[in-house]
Design a protein around this ligand. Sequence first.
Ligand SMILES: C[S@@+](CC[C@H](N)C(=O)[O-])C[C@H]1O[C@@H](n2cnc3c(N)ncnc32)[C@H](O)[C@@H]1O
Length: 230
Amino acid sequence: MEFTDLNLFRGLGEDPAYHPPVLKDRPRDWPLDRWAEAPRDLGFSDFARYQWRGLRMLKDPETQAVYHDLLWELRPRTIVELGVYGGGSLVWFRDLTRLMGIDCQVIGIDRDLSRCRIPASEKSNISLHEGDCAAVETFEHLRSAAHPLLFIDDAHTNTFNIMKWAVDHLLEHGDYFVIEDMIPFWHRYSPRLLEEYLGAFRDVLTMDMVYANASQQLDRGVFRRSAKKD
Ligand SMILES: C[S@@+](CC[C@H](N)C(=O)[O-])C[C@H]1O[C@@H](n2cnc3c(N)ncnc32)[C@H](O)[C@@H]1O
């Protein structure tokens, strides 16, 4: 038997398709004469329930609210997201910027696009690129992207080398680099290196305190490109 590395499914689940939750331990139609006994928890896995128009989206509602405010303020012409998975977040970014009247291209990069579920009819203003975050040279095509630019690392591989590449070759003053999910883990398991690595960017990035504390997934991971010093 070949064993698949189960870490592949960490935080994702085995199924990239969205299915409406099925309640296994309680009826969906709860009788009102037993109203007071009804469970107060959800009774189903929380992350798999987040979706946008039928596509799984791995951003919780608090995080969605932060991005909403950031998009409205930044009005990005390009959003780059590392880590596509089902593709729900790319469609959500495209739809939201379109609703806001922003002319924005959304670029998704993943080493495995086979799990992307975006239908062909939903791909306008979205481009998908196969690429491995371990090899920063695969990002060269991003150099011609329009600004303001929002760059999101949701693939969690080689983050600081990518951040360095983005600062050196891509980000302009006011652009954003966002690290999702990982900062609390790094802070717990490698606090010394984390501080040292972030400190290495002190002249080129700042942490935006409006957005950096507003959702768990973006906890202390929202950075803005500073003006270049001559
Ligand atoms: C957390 S999911 C992305 C979820 C998506 N951004 C969302 O919000 O719905 C992480 C994705 O990163 C991809 N990934 C993991 N390691 C990678 C690497 N080294 N290079 C490119 N993609 C990678 C995985 O294939 C997976 O689809």
